[in-house]
Write a protein that binds this ligand. Structure first.
Ligand code: ACO
Length: 332
């Protein structure tokens, strides 16, 4: 799916918040669980540490503070929102949806609320969906949350996956603005590659696998990621008739520094225009892009008027890019 914003209702991000668990887990700490080392993890992934949720902490415990922060910065309350989408593969439970739980906690009694599953690309899918509903006039103000607590579904004895992931959530408020905001989206899925990153036993299909842990073919996902981050971004830029040289800030999914470096080199984005925080948070799945966005806004790298390109990829296999003219002030 690919498309550009049509003249009419212009939609942008007017609020942004994020939340990560308090507990910092270093590479050295992980080496007490599996046969790995700080040196290997840093060299192959660029990750130094990640945040890991407490046993009693579920997705909504991260999503709610992120959402409250985003709403406050947009100057609105839950009651003012009529759409809530939570992008995640680790909801509190299969049902009720975390979206419905969040809506209740926020007093968003007029909102449609649901969860969306698109792996690490979930936040990009949710942004596009919310944009479409706002631009089409079906909704008027949306809360989009991307977050995961993958630590709960990892095999803590599998070094090939354990070292990569962390927990976190980010939230944005989307609403009509006088000008600019989202310019276009490109989204895709390839179920044929799904078995390269999967969670057997997590649904209605029976598997021989006795556990419900993330399983991954790292090399195949690496190849997919370095190809699709580039292809998705280039397709969207062409559709929007924008050159990569015009992009002021690139916010890629934070899976692995090596993946980001390969993609940015192929795309031709200078490193000072790339947001990277995977070193401190690991891969937070649907939380990754909003967490990086919040950090860039906080440290002044994201300024109103900037052309921002975001691209995610992940389980499905799925991918998605969004291009927008940033409109929110850091002081908001
Ligand atoms: N510590 C030490 N050694 C390890 C570890 C570890 N944590 N993990 C694997 N190894 C070993 C392997 O067993 C292998 O040993 P061998 O040569 O004796 O067989 C060796 O290191 C090299 O393994 P490779 O898989 O070739 O290592 P590679 O350089 O490809 O890095 C990695 C592995 C980091 C997983 C990389 O393939 C990668 O980043 N893939 C993409 C993963 C990803 O982004 N997944 C998330 C997608 S988004 C989503 O939806 C969740």
């Amino acid at each position: 799916m690919i498309g550009t914003a049509k003249a009419g209702i212009e939609v942008s991000i007017t609020g942004l918040g994020c939340k990560v668990p308090d507990r910092v887990v270093t590479n050295d700490e992980l080496s007490q669980h599996v046969d790995t080392s700080d040196e290997w993890i840093r060299a192959r992934t660029g990750i130094r540490e990640r945040r890991i949720a407490a046993p009693e902490e579920a997705l909504s415990d991260l999503a709610l503070p992120a959402a409250r922060d985003a709403l406050a910065r947009a100057g609105v309350t839950g009651k003012d929102v009529d759409l809530i989408i939570v992008a995640t593969v680790t909801p509190d439970m299969a049902f009720p949806s975390t979206g419905a739980l969040v809506a209740d906690a926020l007093g968003a009694t007029d909102a449609a609320a649901y969860d969306l599953s698109a792996g690490c690309t979930g936040f990009m899918y949710a942004l596009a969906q919310a944009y479409g509903m706002l631009a089409g006039g079906l909704a008027h103000r949306a809360l989009v949350i991307g977050g995961d607590v993958l630590s709960k579904i990892l095999d803590w004895s599998d070094r090939s996956t354990l070292v990569l992931f962390g927990d976190g959530a980010g939230a944005v408020v989307l609403e009509a603005v006088p000008a600019q905001g989202f310019l276009g989206f490109e989204l895709g899925a390839d179920g044929a590659g799904g078995a390269n990153l999967w969670l057997p036993g997590s649904g209605s299909r029976l598997f021989d696998e006795p556990d419900k842990h993330v399983k991954m073919n790292g090399r195949e996902v690496f190849k997919f990621a370095t190809r699709i981050l580039v292809q998705s971004a280039e397709d969207l830029l062409a559709e929007c008739q924008v050159s990569i040289d015009d992009v002021d800030l690139y916010i890629p999914h934070q899976a692995n520094v090596r993946i980001i470096e390969v993609a940015t080199r192929k795309l031709g984005v200078p490193s000072d225009r790339v947001v990277i925080n995977v070193d401190r948070y690991g891969n937070t799945s649907s939380g990754s892009v909003p967490l990086a966005m919040a950090e860039a806004l906080a440290d002044g790298r994201l300024q109103p008027g900037m052309l921002v390109l975001m691209t995610g990829m992940g389980a499905g296999l799925t991918w998605g890019s969004a291009l927008m003219r940033w409109t929110m002030d850091a002081a908001a």
